[in-house]
Design a protein around this ligand. Structure first.
Ligand SMILES: [Zn+2]
Length: 107
């Protein structure tokens, strides 16, 4: 399962990361969440809702090629905003495969 891993030592800081495919190296979207919180609490901002990540045997896979996804370019954001303002959808729902091209109206 994906996690912020090393980012936890950053404490309560807002991070952004790109969820990227190991196989086709396409980004699935961006994640925004706090370093000291579970990744499931992060918000997921899909780049293309037509290719949402999906769960395969407990691993999150690329919507295009089913390759393994990983967190790329983890970096702290300069400001702390409430996660609700980050938009997107709760990552836990994506990980649980509950986000079937639903109209998330991600702004
Ligand atoms: Zn892929």
């Amino acid at each position: 399962m994906l996690s912020w891993t090393n980012a936890r030592r950053m404490g309560h800081r807002l991070l952004s990361a790109t969820l990227r495919c190991r196989q086709c190296s396409r980004p699935a979207g961006d994640l925004v969440g706090f370093a000291d919180r579970d990744l499931g609490e992060a918000r997921f901002l899909p780049l293309d809702t037509g290719f949402m990540p999906h769960d395969l045997s407990g691993e999150l896979r690329c919507g295009r090629c089913s390759g393994q996804l990983y967190l790329d370019d983890i970096e702290p954001l300069g400001r702390n905003v409430p996660l609700e303002e980050a938009g997107g959808i709760p990552f836990a729902r994506v990980a649980a495969g509950e986000c079937e091209i639903a109209d998330t109206s991600a702004a």
